[in-house]
Design a protein around this ligand. Structure first.
Ligand SMILES: Cc1cc2nc3c(=O)[nH]c(=O)nc-3n(C[C@H](O)[C@H](O)[C@H](O)COP(=O)(O)OP(=O)(O)OC[C@H]3O[C@@H](n4cnc5c(N)ncnc54)[C@H](O)[C@@H]3O)c2cc1C
Length: 481
């Protein structure tokens, strides 16, 4: 083969990471690579986007990535942009839970599902005494037997209903926008399943792990758990795009069909482009991948279409600091489903990261919708803003007009790892293994966060260029984006 023709479909972070890794590898191994990346929209980045308005910096989608998962940080190092990263302001590392009309701080040391520090847990007003005693029962309960149980069933079984309703459900909704009774524990939080298997008790397992190596990822580490870029997440997108060969990226080209002809692939866009390729990386939402591959392998297309997606929206509001009576002394708050609100969560963006609001102002980012409350997305923008403002009035006491308002909608953008997801992904991988030259990547398979998407895109590029993968592509530490 003289030149290797590679087509990447989708210009979100997964497609960009795949294209960039392919270019890197081609350079390192002296492979003559001819790359084309198709992106349907007018801009690259997919759900990642940053806007600047009136001195505010607004993230329309993700606001950070997890440094604990190494792939995003490693990419930043290779791109030479590690010095552009900023850490969270850990003086305000508190998260609140909105319950019964008040914001309660999540007890210090509470790790997603269970407490790890005795004092803050017993004195917390977030849980009732029966609820606390039920959580402590985890210390003596025997191991469970289920292989792929839902996250909701696991938390109810080990720690009780209160732990699920008041913490696990709202925290998980803030990450996966999902119903914990549908989510697969094995696919989303395998660490907790392993803790039960190894230590029997989740609380004991977390204590022991914290003694061995602090899990908060901050002690001694250069980076906080979540990091972002000085000028917002879009910096990652523009940096990656600038490293691709000139002319490789085709915007406003919606791929309509992928066909297999002999040993090669034909990628056809709705706008009339047709490119023949040796290798194709499909890095779009899996329901779209399924449609594109419907004639290549109908069984694969069905499996891809079966991965459900949830819709969500962000409502970002900027206020004068003096108009917000609450001290906003935390990263934000989450809202349990049992509170029957439109908000899933609210991030105090200008407290969490520097440079998000002009002097004397605060930026609050509300997250609405998700698998448990998609109906709210039928509201028009003005009504959605009014709902968010009313709930912020109740939570933070803010009644003033915001000085900035932005609504970003994300239809069917968040994959849901339901019980059985692991088996479905393995079946998808078996199908693609029988289609030489075709590679799937993205948040639909083995991790929904940006770091996971980078790993998935880079692993696909390595497979496409026939290079032994250096990144493991399993469900390890996939617990949060
Ligand atoms: C509101 C929100 C907040 C989030 N917050 C965080 C966070 O803080 N941290 C974190 O780690 N993760 C977060 N996530 C998840 C993270 O943003 C995504 O997992 C990740 O960005 C997905 O990247 P992707 O490239 O796989 O998919 P996408 O970003 O969906 O990109 C897919 C791309 O493919 C293009 N495309 C689709 N169909 C076609 C076609 N037929 N032809 C050509 N192109 C096509 C699309 O236009 C899009 O650009 C958040 C997600 C959402 C929705």
């Amino acid at each position: 083969m003289d030149r290797l023709k590679l087509v990447v479909v989708g210009g979100g972070i997964t497609g960009l990471a795949a294209a960039h890794r392919a270019v890197e590898l081609a350079r390192e191994r002296a492979i003559a690579l001819d790359l084309t990346l198709f992106e349907a929209r007018t801009r690259l980045g997919g759900t990642i986007g940053t806007e600047r308005a009136d001195g505010f910096l607004v993230e329309v989608g993700p606001d950070s990535f997890l440094s604990e998962k190494p792939w995003a940080l490693a990419l930043c190092r290779r791109l030479g942009v590690e010095d552009r990263l900023v850490r969270t302001d850990d003086r305000f590392r508190k998260v609140f839970v909105w319950r019964a009309g008040r914001l309660h701080p999540l007890p210090d040391g509470f790790q997603l599902l269970a407490p790890t520090k005795f004092g803050p847990f017993v004195t917390s007003g977030l849980f009732s005494w029966p609820g606390k005693l039920r959580m402590a029962l985890d210390l003596i309960l025997p191991r469970g037997v289920s292989d792929d149980e839902s996250l909701g069933a696991f938390v109810r079984r080990r720690l009780g209903r209160e732990a699920l309703e008041r913490v696990a459900q709202p925290l998980v909704a803030g990450i996966y926008t999902a119903d914990p009774d549908d989510l697969s524990l094995a696919a989303t939080m395998p660490r907790f399943r392993e803790l039960e298997r190894r230590d029997r008790s989740v609380i004991l397992g977390l204590w022991r792990a914290a003694r061995r190596a602090p899990l908060d990822g901050t002690s001694g580490a250069r980076w906080s758990l979540f990091v972002t870029f000085q000028n917002g997440m879009e910096e990652l997108v523009t940096t990656l795009a600038s490293r691709l060969p000139p002319g490789a990226t085709l915007l406003k080209q919606r791929v309509d069909e992928i066909e297999r002809r002999g040993g090669r692939w034909r990628v056809v866009s709705a706008e009339g482009s047709l490119i023949e390729a040796d290798r194709v990386i499909v890095a779009v939402e899996s329901h779209i991948s399924g449609r594109l591959l419907r004639y290549v392998d109908p069984a694969l297309a069905t499996l891809l279409g079966e991965i459900p997606y949830a819709s969500s929206a962000t409502v970002t509001l900027g206020y004068r600091r003096t108009d917000v009576p609450h001290p906003v002394d935390g990263f934000g708050f989450v809202v349990p489903r049992t509170e029957h609100r439109a908000l899933l969560a609210c991030t105090f963006s200008s407290v969490k990261y520097p440079g998000r609001a002009p002097e004397g102002h605060v930026l609050l980012r509300c997250f609405v919708g998700g698998a448990l409350n998609e109906g709210v997305l039928e509201l028009d923008d003005a009504t959605l803003v009014a709902r968010a403002r009313e709930e912020l009035r109740q939570a933070l006491g803010v009644t003033a007009e915001p000085v900035l308002t932005r609504v970003s909608r994300w239809a069917k953008a968040m994959p849901q790892y339901h019980v059985g997801h692991g088996g479905r992904v393995e079946a998808i991988e078996r199908c693609t293994a029988a289609l030489p030259g075709l590679h799937l990547a993205g948040g639909a398979y083995r991790g929904v966060g940006i770091a996971d998407c980078i790993r998935s895109g880079e692993a696909a590029a390595e497979r496409a260029l026939g290079v032994e993968s250096v990144v493991s592509d399993r469900f390890d530490r996939a617990e949060s984006p």
